[in-house]
Design a protein around this ligand. Sequence first.
Ligand code: ATR
Length: 291
Amino acid sequence: ELYNFRLIRADTKVYGIIGKPVGHSKSPLLFNAAFKSVGLNAVYLHFLVDDVEKFFNTYSSPDFASGCSCTIPHKEAALKCMDEVDHIAKKIGAINNIVRRPDGKLTAFNTDYIGAITAIEDGLRGLEGAKPAPGSPLSGKLFVVLGAGGAGKSLAYGAAQKGARVVVANRTFERAKELADKVGGKSLTLSEVENFHPEEGMILANTTSVGMKPNIDQTPIPKHALKHYCLVFDAIYTPKDTRLLREAKETGAAIVYGTEMLIRQAFEQYKNFTGLPAPEELFRQLMEKHA
Ligand code: ATR
């Protein structure tokens, strides 16, 4: 699947993903196939970047880079180089999607939280049956976020914006408290979550790395505590079927895979880059094929 270099001209739009490491990213695969599918004269590359500030200063020409995705470790530092940042992304303090406007200015978004929240909302709509209520199904729900890092912030701000009552639980309590205070929620230590069930039908979102490859036998919350949740989401996608999700399924909860957040955040990036709807089926097929 080589690029067709003969089609690259001065007006070819250049997109890419900046990160370190970046070689493992499947984004070029997805976006190049998507551009080709609609005949867009655009390419999407891997940019291995050490110093994100230098990168944006060097490539400040409005002709270079129509947009970028941004991954570890640059999601926070890149925010400072932007002309405009979406207000939720600003609160989260991290961006992963940068679009160059026609006037050359850089506008940034965080599509991670949109990917996770829309996946959870659709999971809840599935539980509501054929005729879901209007508005967000997260509204008024008790939403427990495990972890207070970058992904924890995305889930906590995203859920709060949808009207959920947010609880943040983290191994380091101070980080949980800081985040919970910002979103107007409650804070717990990770070990307190086991006995926290003020009501039934809560939603659980794991953003800690507990259960991630190679520690696939670990889980952030014991199985017996899962019976109080109607839906469990795990941001971990290696492995796809984490112990947490397996046990949640066995307990009878609906589950939402981390891979769903991953693919939906890419849909949002594509929409922001091109103004077009994402070729969702194509993205899903490619992710499956190259899993
Ligand atoms: P990310 O950006 O993916 O959220 P991060 O900012 O490094 O990553 O955050 C990792 C999260 O996983 C944190 O909430 C961390 O808890 P601490 O704040 O106490 O460090 C949590 N975490 C990582 N390893 C953990 C473990 N073994 N047990 C419990 N929590 C863990």
